[in-house]
Design a protein around this ligand. Structure first.
Ligand SMILES: *Cc1c(COP(=O)(O)O)cnc(C)c1O
Length: 429
């Protein structure tokens, strides 16, 4: 190992605190964190010069690959004019164009307003606060709770986290945050009594597929059914497309696959192509109108970096790349290629219990060949991902489900590299 690598690792282990990380393991002797220093396309390089396929798109954010010339030029161009200006009291070209561009993805008179924030969690916070304040200002103050789905994940700030259906992340904070009722599926939703629904402002869901829940797709048609149910009940539908947005499922937004338009659409990770932290919450003209009138009806919410011009420039450039490179048009072949490759992998490795795929999102669940789960303490999924590193693939498991969520620009040959690395990692298991 080079001295410079050793120095970075020592400084990190002495002073950094990593997300969702057992720091004792991270800092343990024998654990060698990778220091990532460069990226190009689907590839990342560490400080020792080793190259890896970015198998989880840098935690589900990257869309068109790293170091994309169009994105880089757009950010640089904006940087040369100004890096940041306040969106409180002013506007700027990038925000105006981006808001219009995002709303133009939906039919006229549907999603008409974009409220910008910083990340997936804050995009959700915005939707929740707007949904509650909307009820306060339309004569229904009792409607201040939410329905969310079991095992759902919507971010880590307290409001977003109170929607959390993942017990191991939030159980200790239960009771803080919003009143939330969890249901497992549509069937259970339909059984909720009217007196309970009378207290609900909105239903929140990750459309088509739950990410953190080990990449579990919903039954086909479920989203459209949920939309119809919400309409009947007069309850808002909040879609968390933080993971599914920007092409991951095969269309620009997952909701388009079932012809659904939500009342709130939360976007983040892929919004800037994965280059800068930025989010948007889209909503309807009807909801927006309830915030007009007296001064105290305004939406008093925002962050210092709301509508950051560099983020807006990146987001606009990313949408341009979708056009220039026919990103969505090329997806069906890649999705089919990945499906075939995963089926072949499953046929070769009895330890693959299930493969769940939605577009270019895949979860590969590992179990003992007799179908039993591995004991959690064994951390088998983690061991496989660690082994895959040596074969040039970076990704993370969720429990024992290995995630393969490549940048949309990945070619079939590059996808084969990722599959071959997994094959080798599983072969050594
Ligand atoms: C990642 C994610 C979030 C949270 O986004 P952050 O940018 O990490 O705050 C919310 N919802 C879903 C579905 C996500 O995948």
């Amino acid at each position: 190992m080079q001295d410079v690598t050793r120095r970075w690792i020592e400084a990190d282990q002495a002073h950094c605190w990593h997300p969702f990380t057992r720091q004792a393991d991270w800092c343990a002797r024998g654990h060698e964190p990778l220091v990532l220093v460069r990226g190009e396309g689907v590839w990342l390089w560490d400080s020792e010069g080793r190259r890896y396929f970015d198998g989880n798109s840098s935690i589900w954010t990257n869309i068109h690959g790293h170091g994309h010339p169009h994105l880089t030029a757009a950010i640089r161009d904006q940087l040369e004019r100004v890096a940041h200006t306040s969106f409180l009291g002013f506007t700027h070209p990038g925000a105006a164009d981006l808001a219009a561009r995002l709303c133009a993805c939906f039919p006229n008179n549907s999603l008409e307003r974009a409220f910008f924030s910083d990340d997936g969690s804050t995009a959700i916070e915005v939707a929740l606060k707007m949904a509650v304040q909307y009820r306060l200002q339309t004569g229904a103050p009792e409607q201040r709770g939410f329905i969310a789905f079991a095992n759902g994940y919507h971010g880590d700030t307290l409001g977003a986290a109170s929607l959390m259906g993942v017990g191991r992340f939030f159980e200790r904070f239960r009771g803080l945050g919003y009143p939330v009722h969890h249901v497992a599926a549509m069937e259970e939703l339909r059984t909720l009594p009217d007196n309970m629904l009378a207290g609900i402002a909105g239903v929140v869901i990750e459309p088509l597929i739950q990410g953190v829940n080990e990449m579990r797709p919903w039954p086909a048609g479920m989203l459209a059914e949920l939309r119809a149910w919400c309409d009947t009940q007069g309850i808002h539908l909040i879609l968390d497309e933080v993971m599914t947005g920007f092409g991951r499922t095969g269309s620009l937004f997952a909701c388009q696959r079932e012809g659904v338009i939500p009342d709130f659409l939360c976007l983040a990770k892929g919004l800037t192509g994965g280059y800068l932290p930025m989010a948007a919450t889209l909503t309807t003209g009807a909801i927006y109108d309830a915030f007009l009138g007296a001064a105290d009806r305004a939406f008093y919410y925002g962050h210092s970096f709301t509508a950051n011009p560099l983020g807006c420039a990146a987001a606009l450039a990313s949408l341009e790349v979708f056009q220039q490179e026919q990103t969505l048009e090329l997806l069906p072949d890649k999705i089919g290629h990945l499906r075939q490759g995963l089926a072949a992998l499953q046929a070769r490795h009895p330890v693959i219990h299930d493969v769940r795929q939605c577009g270019l999102i895949a979860g590969i669940e590992l179990r003992r060949p007799d179908g039993e789960k591995f004991p959690p303490g064994e951390r088998f999924g983690e061991a496989i991902c660690h082994a895959a590193r040596a074969h040039g693939l970076l990704t993370r498991p969720i429990l024992d489900t290995v995630v393969l969520l490549p940048p949309l620009c990945a070619t079939p040959a590059e996808l084969d590299h990722a599959l071959a690395a997994l094959d080798a990692a599983l072969g050594g298991a």
